[in-house]
Design a binder for this molecule. Structure first.
Ligand SMILES: C[S@@+](CC[C@H](N)C(=O)[O-])C[C@H]1O[C@@H](n2cnc3c(N)ncnc32)[C@H](O)[C@@H]1O
Length: 427
């Protein structure tokens, strides 16, 4: 094997592990990327491995369709992942076809489970390359069950527009501690200020090395993810509770706006990240590790945020694996959790206070249907309609009911999928 081929093999092996972890458990990719073996790689190899894995996950649908047409029976998981990785390099990453095939065959030979399949890897990849790139129909980018749900919810054209965002690499969005400094940060970081104040950058790489990270000028937060906390319109000195707070992006917004923040989350490990983020930003919050639905506290607050656990299908631009890890049954079981937490959130809202409910899900059961059921069982809560363009929301995202259905294609350059609704507790 010559040097050129050997170069990049550890990164490709690491990419295989990332893909395997991403597809076998929720949150698996981030977990695998922080494991010892991965961090041991050179930074350049780590970046390459991550780029390979992300490109594979973004194109998993079309690649798997093309592979299925070539495979007579399902090979072991490592072999399928090798084939996916080989195909994505040749078709989408401008790796010369010969190198994509040769490195895949080499990796097949390097492991006992895949060694007997070296010939198959070689033959299948060569066959794929002869056929040319797979279909780029957006409907092939997501699992069929999700495409059919999105089509029922919004029609064929919108479902296709949503799905077409899956293959695109997202920009990096930042929320600023001091929104008045937006223009100066935009200049320093070569970014664009979006309506609502998010700073959008084309920059990629290690954010911790960028100007302003150490000094706590900003934190990473998708443009759509920044909208729900803004809907609370907190004033300095008001009390605010964030009931599912970690790792803290929305709590930071509330604290930066001057609210006295209580950050609750069930996960102590995730709260450690929240505490680190607050320290870096030189902001403060009361941090509580508790199940928000059983939190033993009788206080009520001026502003309550419930960013509930959800299927997270709206986060596919940064986590394309969610689409393939999600199961139809997840949506119903998460909707039951959300309803329980929404009732607890209403109880934490002072009479006259505001409650914002949001989820990073595209599924109506976790959004619109949740709102209607909540209003029906809670006569003490009234929907407070969002107004056009409020909080930097795109016009297309406002529903006739005054809630926000933020779809990924509603903002030029993309945004995460979110649902948000605001309520007021009656006196
Ligand atoms: C969507 S994430 C929150 C993201 C966070 N709001 C932000 O902007 O950084 C959902 C969070 O809910 C937490 N969670 C799940 N079930 C919970 C419960 N019953 N009570 C409190 N927190 C819960 C999870 O640990 C997770 O951190």
């Amino acid at each position: 094997m010559n040097h050129e081929l050997n170069d990049g093999l550890p990164a490709r092996e690491a990419a295989l592990n990332l893909i395997d972890a991403a597809l076998s458990r929720r949150g698996g990719l981030d977990e695998a990327a922080s494991a010892h073996g991965f961090r041991f790689l050179e930074p350049r190899e780590r970046a390459f491995a991550r780029a390979l894995a992300m490109a594979t996950l973004r194109r998993l649908g079309p690649i798997d369709r093309a592979l299925s047409a070539k495979l007579q029976r399902e090979p072991p998981p490592r072999v399928r992942n090798l084939l996916r990785l080989g195909a994505v390099q040749a078709f989408y990453l401008e790796v010369p076809a010969f190198a994509a095939v040769a490195t895949s065959v080499e990796l097949a030979g390097a492991n006992k489970a895949s060694r007997p399949f070296k010939g198959l890897v070689n033959a299948v990849l060569r066959g794929l390359l002869r056929d040319g790139p797979p279909s780029d129909d957006p409907e092939h980018l997501a699992p069929p069950w999700l495409i059919s749900r999105w089509t029922s919810a919004w029609g064929v054209e919108t479902a296709r527009a949503v799905a077409s965002e899956i293959a695109k690499e997202p920009a990096t969005d930042l929320s600023l501690k001091d929104p008045a400094l937006a223009e100066s940060w935009a200049e320093r970081l070569e970014g664009e200020v979006l309506p609502g104040g998010t700073l959008r950058l084309a920059r990629k790489g290690d954010v911790a090395a960028w100007p302003g990270f150490e000094e706590g000028g900003w934190w990473v937060q998708d443009a759509a993810a920044a909208i729900p906390a803004r809907l609370l319109n907190v004033k300095p000195g008001e009390t605010a509770v964030d009931l599912c707070a970690a790792p803290g992006g929305k709590s930071l917004q509330l604290a930066a706006a001057g609210a006295v923040v209580t950050a609750v989350d069930r996960s102590a490990a995730r709260l450690e990240r929240l505490t680190d983020n607050f320290r870096r930003m030189a902001l403060t919050a009361e941090v509580v590790a508790a199940d928000a639905g059983a939190w033993d506290d009788t206080r009520t607050f001026d502003a309550v945020l419930l960013d509930a656990p959800c299927s997270a299908t709206g986060t596919f631009r940064r986590h394309p694996d969610v689409l393939w890890a999600a199961r139809p049954g997840d949506v119903a079981s998460l909707a039951a959790v959300q309803a329980r937490l929404l009732d607890a959130a209403a109880d934490r809202t002072r009479p006259g206070g505001r409650l914002v409910y949001c989820v990073c899900s595209l599924e109506p059961e976790e959004g619109e249907a949740q709102v209607e059921a909540f209003l029906a069982r809670r006569p003490d809560m009234r929907l407070d309609p969002v107004t056009a363009g409020e909080a930097g929301s795109p016009a297309a995202s406002l529903t006739t009911r005054g809630t926000l259905r933020l779809l990924p294609h509603h903002l030029e350059g993309g945004q995460d999928g979110f649902f948000a609704a605001r309520f007021v507790r009656q006196d």
